[in-house]
Design a protein around this ligand. Structure first.
Ligand SMILES: NC(=O)c1ccc[n+]([C@@H]2O[C@H](COP(=O)([O-])OP(=O)(O)OC[C@H]3O[C@@H](n4cnc5c(N)ncnc54)[C@H](OP(=O)(O)O)[C@@H]3O)[C@@H](O)[C@H]2O)c1
Length: 258
């Protein structure tokens, strides 16, 4: 049995990591900014203030591994850089056998601001002196549905003419749990969902599932970010190891919405 700390263990991915670790019988600590986070009963929780090294060190004490899922999408320094720096400072202080980080396929090739912070965070980890593992995956089904929901609100749904390879956060969570309890592996093979699908097609499927009637119009966008997505730098066709399809996820979600 290992002791594993999951930062952001309250999030879409983090709670899946926690679930798999708990089910496998590990001692799991969830760090959260909230005093009363909602997580699995068998996981311990520690409230942390990422600006205060003391609270992070308390949470990391005795950890065999840390799975770093907490993310700051915006902020003055942006994204994950500052947050990851603080996690690394605390982990160096307490010692940690494996710092596992989740990143995104294409962060080094698509100049999205959030992606730039992810690649910078990856480099901080690689240079940290700590044993580390980094997994990059494609977009989660949950994120795709959130985006489709927003895009298909207007009567005419203008949807980017792009493809995505969505993956179930549950499968990524299982993989991270496995990596956290194994030896540090450095950068491991990317992980993508089972299918590459056109976003306008996904929008139509989503609209049908929720019974919303909209006209979907694919649109081309401009700029280097869109060009990177058009080139497919966010896809991992050779690593389509996820098995749960978007349609399966959507059907299950319609049966029991969360
Ligand atoms: N979503 C995707 O499609 C996708 C794909 C590939 C990789 N990833 C990566 O997977 C990781 C988790 O993503 P997710 O979608 O599960 O995120 P999420 O649901 O938004 O959860 C992120 C967690 O981070 C913590 N957090 C949020 N804002 C914070 C802040 N300002 N300071 C400190 N902690 C903060 C929150 O925990 P508390 O509120 O409890 O503190 C939250 O539970 C991220 O690193 C993301 O880049 C995501």
């Amino acid at each position: 049995m290992s002791t594993v700390v999951v930062t952001g263990g309250t999030g879409t991915l983090g709670r899946e990591v926690v679930r798999h670790l708990v089910e496998d019988g590990h001692d799991v600590v969830v760090t959260s900014r909230s005093a009363t986070p909602s997580v699995w009963d068998s996981a311990r929780t520690v409230q942390v203030d990422y600006r205060s090294p003391g609270t992070l060190r308390t949470a990391f004490e005795g950890a065999d591994a840390i799975v770093h899922c907490a993310t700051r999408v915006s902020g003055r320094r942006g994204g994950d850089v500052d947050l990851t720096g603080r996690v690394l400072d605390a982990a160096r202080h307490t010692g940690c056998g494996n710092l596992v980080y989740i990143s995104i396929v294409g962060v080094d090739r698509i100049p999205l601001r959030y992606y730039r912070t992810k690649i910078e965070a990856e480099r901080l980890i690689e240079d940290s002196g700590l044993p580390w593992t980094i997994l990059r995956t494609t977009q989660f089904h949950q994120l795709v549905i959130r985006l489709l929901n927003a895009l298909t609100r207007p009567p005419l749904a203008l949807v980017p003419d792009l493809s995505v390879q969505p993956i179930a956060a549950a499968e990524v969570g299982a993989r991270l749990a496995e990596l956290a309890t194994a030896r540090p592996a450095g950068r491991v093979p990317d992980m993508g969902g089972p299918e590459i699908l056109a976003v306008p097609d996904l929008a139509r499927r989503y609209l049908e599932a929720i019974g919303r009637h909209r006209l979907v119009r694919p649109i081309r966008l401009f700029g280097s970010v869109y060009k990177g997505f058009r080139a497919g730098h966010h896809l991992a066709p050779a690593n389509a190891s996820g098995t749960i399809t978007f349609q399966e996820y959507l059907n299950a979600r319609m049966r029991s919405p969360r």
